[in-house]
Design a protein around this ligand. Structure first.
Ligand code: SF4
Length: 344
């Protein structure tokens, strides 16, 4: 797959965040982290630019963490100015940031436009007001709708982030959130399973037996539906699952929950498993001896399943003696061509 852009990630801990979302440990980690200055933005960006190969692939400064537009105005300008200068010089092409739906209004968008921001991501998490309240989000579905429309109308690219398995969540609230997100027509979405991390309200509830995270299996099953739903509506899911990185080391602070380093691969493998099973069930599955599955080379590992799980599943369930996954450049990623050799 060709690379669409090089991301220069800059993590902005939100020291003064007045909120205390159930799943977030920002208060804890922000206190332990060094404050980022405008000077740091130059340094971090230059370090990445030195490392990237010189080619025409787009370079993008991405401010992650906290709620960027909740920072004091002077701080926002201090951080945006270096990125904007580098954009003006053509050293980078885009600037993105993430924030809360209730921290968006006309004057904020004017400022972000002035400093060259191209993409705004909103942490929606859920569009069920009850779920939002239970998780202390401090905003409503109506805030999400208002902010999303304003962002799009002002000419920014819009990204929406949702979570799966929050306190009070169920399959209905999750699918409804996805449908509400689709109706807002974002340019992309990110989906995060809810995990319990140290020093959060969810941890407290979990330890008191008042919150049980979704199992990995259940989360995969639901995310499979979400991925299919967004795909049908042509909305790219640019992230599915949490990534352990230097700033958010989930491995170290994880207490419980459906964390898996290859989460997306697990979900996509399940989707291919369903497609294959549907096809072989249409035939006389009992008599299959050898199965040859032709697919685009980029999806071989997901067709075979995580650690060959799909191959094992079909061989065991249908008593198939061999399954070969064969690369075929003629097929696109949505196509599988299945050949069956039968025993007589
Ligand atoms: S998720 Fe964002 S708004 Fe909520 S507590 Fe964390 S930093 Fe604050």
């Amino acid at each position: 797959m060709s690379k669409k852009s090089y991301i220069i990630p800059i993590f902005i801990p939100h020291r003064g965040c007045p909120h205390d979302c159930s799943f977030c440990n920002q208060r804890k980690i922000a206190g332990e982290m060094k404050e980022i200055t405008g000077e740091d933005i130059y340094k971090i960006t230059n370090k990445y630019l030195d490392f990237f190969p010189s080619n025409h692939i787009k370079k993008e400064v991405a401010f992650y963490g906290g709620s960027f537009t909740g920072l004091e105005m002077e701080k926002q300008i201090e951080l945006l100015k270096p990125a904007f200068e580098m954009k003006e010089k053509g050293l980078i092409n885009e600037i993105r940031l993430s924030t809360r739906p209730d921290y968006i209004d006309d004057s904020i968008l004017v400022l972000l436009k002035k400093f060259g921001v191209t993409t705004i991501e909103l942490g929606v998490q859920s569009t069920d007001n009850k779920v939002l309240e239970l998780n202390h989000r401090g905003h409503t579905k109506e805030d999400v709708v208002f902010a999303s429309k304003l962002i799009k109308d002002t000419g920014f690219k819009l990204g929406l982030q949702m979570m799966v398995g929050l306190l009070g969540d169920n399959i209905t609230s999750i699918i409804k959130t996805a449908k509400d997100i689709i109706s807002l027509n974002p340019n992309f979405v990110r989906i995060y399973p809810t995990i319990v991390i140290e020093h959060t309200y969810l941890e407290k509830l979990y330890l008191e037996g008042k919150y049980e995270p979704f199992t990995l299996e259940k989360t995969i099953e639901i995310c499979k539906e979400l991925l299919i739903l967004f795909k049908k509506n042509k909305i790219p899911v640019i992230r599915l699952g949490l990534q352990s990185n230097d700033n958010m080391d989930y491995g170290k602070s994880l207490v419980a929950g459906p964390y898996h380093p290859s989460f997306r691969e697990l979900v996509e493998s399940e989707i291919y498993k369903d497609v294959i099973e549907k096809q072989i069930k249409k035939k006389d599955a009992d008599k299959i001896r050898i199965l040859n599955i032709h697919c685009n080379p980029t999806i071989i590992s997901r067709v075979a399943g995580f650690k060959q799980s799909n191959k094992k599943y079909f061989m065991d369930k249908y008593n198939i003696s061999d399954i070969k996954i064969i690369a075929d450049n003629e097929l696109d990623k949505n196509q599988l061509h299945i050949e069956i050799n039968r025993s007589h």
